[in-house]
Design a protein around this ligand. Structure first.
Ligand code: GDP
Ligand code: ZN
Length: 299
């Protein structure tokens, strides 16, 4: 008889499946292999116990995934914690917008976490608050936390309850430290600048899901920085900037790309400050990136 469980870890030759009775060490069935269906961390799978004592099993079916992050592979992630800092490393809004757009493209709900609140002077706190207000107005949930002194950690954990979450952000923003603050009994590699810093170093990535006592999981995803945006048609980039997407259909020209066209509502809103200039700049930048990628691909 088969049971259903969640894959929480991928090892070289087997998977760890969590079920209500504990962990199962599972391999994949010949049928799955023949169909070239690859199990990954986060998958909900049907499996059969072949050795009850040793809790070994065989996975026979992968349930349909709600989301699928490719590198590192993670299935059914429902929430992306986009981590940024105002200082150390200095605020990088382009990287933050990349994370948000990537989450949107994957269909994973993003939230924003500004870490290292403890480092900010009063002036910096004010400046950070202005940025937080901008993103809240767009509709994002934003948290200001310190993984070092514990400020705001409870709110983040509450936000993760019953969800499958992953942390993403540039190297040094405090992803590992946040995980340590949430799971004090575990050890994470803190301050390892090697991971994620170099483009293309995807080989050592290994994702595991850590269960939250309150329900849900947080993925331990080394080096999830999303330096490269997933490829999408350039005309779809606008869909992933909610405040710009809200203007669709209101410009003078139907095919307005909201660059410098006359009668562009987006340009008007940038002019009067309703849409902040850096978001518009990032939209234009991602638009040209996608257009460039498509042209390269055609060649
Ligand atoms: P990661 O590369 O994103 O995983 O970042 P780490 O968790 O390795 O943290 C990078 C550095 O920032 C380490 O030296 C941490 O001790 C430090 N750090 C992380 N969170 C905080 C925080 O909230 N406040 C302060 N002051 N330092 C922090
Ligand atoms: Zn326009």
């Amino acid at each position: 008889m088969s049971s259903t469980g969640r894959v929480t870890e991928e090892q070289k030759n087997y998977f760890i499946v969590d079920d209500p009775h504990g962990k199962v060490i599972a391999t994949t069935s010949g049928t799955l292999k023949k169909k070239r269906q690859r199990v990954c961390t986060g998958d909900i799978v049907d499996y059969t116990l072949i050795d009850e004592q040793a809790r070994r099993g065989v996975i026979s079916r992968i349930h349909k995934r709600t989301t699928h992050i490719r590198r590192p592979a993670l299935a059914n992630c429902s929430r992306l914690l986009c981590i940024a800092t105002f200082s150390e490393p200095p605020l990088n809004l382009e990287s933050l917008d990349r994370l948000l757009v990537t989450a949107h493209i994957w269909g994973v709900e993003p939230c924003i976490i500004f870490n290292k609140f403890d480092l900010l002077s009063d002036d910096e706190k004010n400046d950070q608050q202005k940025i937080i207000d901008v993103y809240r107005r767009i509709g994002y949930q934003v948290f200001s936390i310190s993984s070092r002194d514990g400020t705001g950690i409870t709110e983040v954990v509450n936000h993760c309850r019953n969800e499958t979450c992953a942390c993403a952000g540039l190297s040094g923003v405090g992803k590992s430290t946040l995980l340590s603050a949430i799971f004090p009994d575990r050890t994470f590699r803190i301050g390892s600048l090697s991971e994620g810093a170099n483009r293309g170093t995807h080989t050592t990535t290994h994702v595991s899901l850590i269960p939250l006592p309150e329900g849900g999981y947080i993925a331990d995803t080394p080096g999830l920085a999303f330096i490269d945006l997933p490829s999408i048609p350039e005309e779809d980039v606008v869909l992933h900037f909610p405040e710009i997407a809200a203007c669709i259909g209101q410009c003078r020209f139907n095919n307005c790309i909201h660059e410098h066209e006359p009668g562009c509502i987006v340009a008007e809103k940038v002019e009067d400050g309703t849409i902040v200039s850096w978001r518009h700049e990032h939209y234009l930048k991602f638009f040209s990136l996608m257009r460039e990628q498509r042209r390269q691909y055609r060649k």
